[in-house]
Design a protein around this ligand. Sequence first.
Ligand code: AMP
Length: 288
Amino acid sequence: MKIIRNIAEMQKYSDSIRRAARKTPHIMGFVPTMGYLHEGHISLVNAGAKDCTKMAVSIFVNPAQFGPNEDLTKYPRDEQRDLTMLEETKSVDCVFIPSAEEMYPEGYAAYVNMENEMTKTLCGISRPGHFKGVMTVVAKLLNAVKPDKMYLGHKDMQQAIILTKMIKDLNYDTEVIICPTVREKDGLALSSRNSYLSPEERNTAPVLYKALQMAVSMSELGERDAAVIIREIKRKLKEDRVEIDYVEIVNPMTLEKTEKISGSALIAAAIFVGKTRLIDNAVIRVSE
Ligand code: AMP
C-alpha cells in the first residue's frame, strides 16, 4: 500500500498505473474520507474492490468544509490506526494523505459553488458554506487521484447528490456509486463523530434511526402527507429529549421538499445529542 502526501506525486502515480496497463486498462476506484475510519468507510473500499482493479483512499480533514464554530480542531484523527485498517482490507493500493498546506497553499482562491436549491436546504441551512467546502475539496481530490469511479455513503445523501451534480456539471469523467449506510446493531449509523458521544448519549443516539424507521412505517401504512409524518417524527424526537436541527421529506433526486409522497422520497434528519450533531436518512417507497 503506497502512501502519498503530495498532489503532483498522486497524479504521477495515477498516470503510471494507466500507462502500465495498456492491454487491459485499470479501473481506478476512489474513496474520499476524513479519516478516523470505521466499517462504513471500509464498506466503500470493499464495494470499490469488487469493480475496480486499483483502489485509492484519501484521508484529509478538510478545513474548508467546517464553519468557524464547528469541530475542525477536535475532529478525531488517528492516521496509524487508519492505515492499519486500510492495509487489512488488502484492497487498497494507495492512500493519499495531503496536508492542509498542500491542498490550500497561501493565496489559495478557487472555490467550487453550486447555484441551486440543493445546497440551500437540509444541512445547507445550519452549515452555511459547508457544501462549497465539500465540492471544492472533492474537485481537487478528483484532479489529484483521477479515478474512474468514486464511492460515497448513503448516510451523507445530500453530499452524494450535490457531488453527483457537480461531477456532471463540471464534466468530470468519474462515475459516482452510492453505497448503503453501515449501522451499529441498534441502528445508529456509523460515524467518526460517534466517538464524541458519552455512554449516556450513545444510548440515546439510536433514536434518530428509530424515528426515521417510524416514518417509513407510517408511509407503509398509507400516510402520504409529509407534514403529518414530520410532525410525528419531531414529537418522537422531542420525547427522547434530543435537540432537532431539521426533519424534512424531500425528492431523492432534487432535494426539493415533498408535500404529498408518491413513488419514492427521502426523509432526512439532523439532531444534536448533547453537543454532537448526528445526521441520517431513510428512503420511503410507496406504491401509487
Ligand atoms: P467522512 O469520513 O465522514 O467524510 O465520510 C467519508 C465517506 O464515507 C462519505 O462518502 C460518507 O458518506 C461515507 N460514510 C460515512 N459513514 C458511513 C456509514 N455509516 N456507512 C456508509 N458510508 C459511510
